[in-house]
Design a protein around this ligand. Structure first.
Ligand SMILES: [Zn+2]
Length: 171
């Protein structure tokens, strides 16, 4: 027999659950006293775990969103010059000025010039555009949308030039 430290009743040893840390290897409280306490403990534990899981999930979700945004922006930045070259080409109706024989290397060279204009804009703070050295709709002559007819120059210069053919190119 053993006395329960909670209800004070004398009960057979079987009424106490095992507890290695105790001298007699049994719990201080009888099973009957202990089980509601265990239940309350496990419930509190479950709630704590749920709160932890929720916080963990939300922190992870936020991190995943930040990662997704960063990856999207990196991807966007990497493709931007090429995209801009394409968009710009469409806007200006360059299809007719872009020769069929333009190679992949030529197209990459064009994209590189647009990238250069963006780099100059970024690094100098002065807006740079891609300029057609011989205007696409010049007087008497039409330039082509080819790498050797393109250059990155300050936007103001591009606009003031309008569609005039540069003097040094007039023969
Ligand atoms: Zn008891």
């Amino acid at each position: 027999m053993k006395q329960c430290k909670r209800c004070g009743e004398q009960k057979p040893l079987e009424a106490f659950s095992k507890r290695k840390a105790s001298k007699d290897g049994l719990h201080y409280y009888c099973r009957e006293c202990n089980s509601p306490l265990l239940k309350a403990y496990s419930e509190a534990n479950r709630e704590r775990k749920a709160a932890y899981d929720k916080a963990y999930y939300e922190a992870n979700r936020e991190l995943a969103l930040i990662r997704a945004r960063a990856s999207y922006e990196a991807n966007y930045a990497a493709n931007r010059p090429r995209d801009r070259a394409r968009v710009r080409a469409r806007q200006a109706g360059l299809a007719t000025a872009t020769p069929m024989w333009l190679s992949k290397g030529h197209r990459e060279a064009i994209a590189a010039i647009y990238a250069e204009a963006e780099r100059l804009t970024r690094e100098t703070g002065i807006p740079h555009h891609v300029d057609h050295i011989i205007p696409l709709k010049g007087k008497g002559v039409c330039g082509l949308h080819v790498p050797w007819n393109l250059r990155a120059i300050p936007a103001a210069e591009n606009l003031s030039k309008s569609n005039r053919i540069p003097d040094h190119l007039i023969v």
